[in-house]
Design a protein around this ligand. Sequence first.
Ligand code: NDP
Length: 449
Amino acid sequence: MALTNEYLLSVYETVKKRNPGESEFLQAVYEVLDSLQPVAEKRKDLVDAGVFERIVEPERFISFRVSWVDDSGKVRVNRGYRVQFNSAIGPYKGGLRFNASVCASEIKFLGFEQIFKNSLTGLPMGGGKGGSDFDPKGKSDGEVMRFCQSFMTELAKHIGPDTDVPAGDKGVGAREIGYLFGQYKRLANEYTGVLTGKSLYSGGSLARTEATGYGLCYFVKEMLAAKNDSFEGKTVVVSASGNVAIFACEKAQQLGARVVAMSDSNGYVYDPDGIKLDVVKKIKLEERGRIREYAARVPGSVYTEGSSGIWTIPCDIALPCGTQNEIDENSARTLVANGCKCVAEGANMPSTLEAIEVFREAGILFGPAKAANAGGVSVSGLEMTQNSIRLPWTFEEVDAKLQDIMKNIYHNAYAASVEMGRPGDLVVGANVAGFLKVANAMLWQGIAY
Ligand code: NDP
């Protein structure tokens, strides 16, 4: 597909002018506007109310200095961000990412995607995202704590349980959320659900840790079921070995698949007998080690340097769970040539626009991130509900709700794809279904932002 609608092209040109060089953000905006062409043609009321122009501009973008002291006594300075992109359907909601790559473009692309993802969940959550170019890898617990405390000292001025509720993302797991929560509580002198992904001791939800990876597999299950197929006996490749990847692997295995490869940013392991997830969990979750250590511990497995090589392994289903743009056009062509029949995105925007075109042309099943990985934020929404009613639900209760939500997301995205005349194109379906709810809310609320 290509963006040809004159009005939406002019919207895109303005975004380009306002955000020069922000390639990830521009990529995300282009993909959404491209999908929304039939909507712009049919809904003159949204055009007249400037909804398209407004939705691509964040309501608020905050950037701030984060100073902290490392273990040797040296003062370090990082940059923190929070984008409060859209609050039409609920308080801003979206994770915090701590990674050396974090910059304005990355935070804006993630915040923009989050608007539509949160809308698709059916829960009342607006779109936001934040983070820092601080990388917790290789830092001591004390350093991570001091960084988190300094980061929250500024962020606390902008968030609140009914205003903006951050969560984890890459580099922000249970440890970081704990330090951030502790500092917020100290500053605000209140105990509220201002963050999600909290520990079970402090108002966290059961199944939040598993939610994104499990949700991804529930979504794939629906995609396969629509073709009278299932995970049973399928060969699966899962990139990365972080939170999303580990629990995607776990659920795929539970549903009868054989996961043969996982990776990290340095390289990948191939285990033809099926990944031993207990070994991966020990290395990654307990020891914070590297995936190469898997090959040293599991006979018959092989480690190869370079993470993108993972897409050369023949598979039926590919689940990219690492980072943005990890599947480019070449990798997409290799996957298709090797017989891959389904790609579903666990990470945010892991496929380039060119890779998506390859999947479209090949007619394989493709589950875009904002639909397929919405399980994490869905359970974050359920965590907010449990905090509000001050009542925890069991793992089974949360997991059952998660399954329902993922099923609904699939069916709503599919129905929107049919309505737009592109049956089965879930990129279009997810963008349109996610957009319409937010757009109608913006229309109803008048022009205040
Ligand atoms: P983690 O920090 O737990 O793990 C990230 C993983 O990705 C690590 O294994 C990392 O390896 C790996 N990785 C980074 N770059 C690459 C690469 N180029 N190729 C292969 N692997 C790579 O993060 P999460 O699992 O939480 O997040 C992963 C993705 O999922 C992100 O895009 C995130 O935005 C998205 N997501 C996460 C949600 C959640 O609930 N956690 C919710 C929805 C989306 P290394 O250790 O070498 O850095």
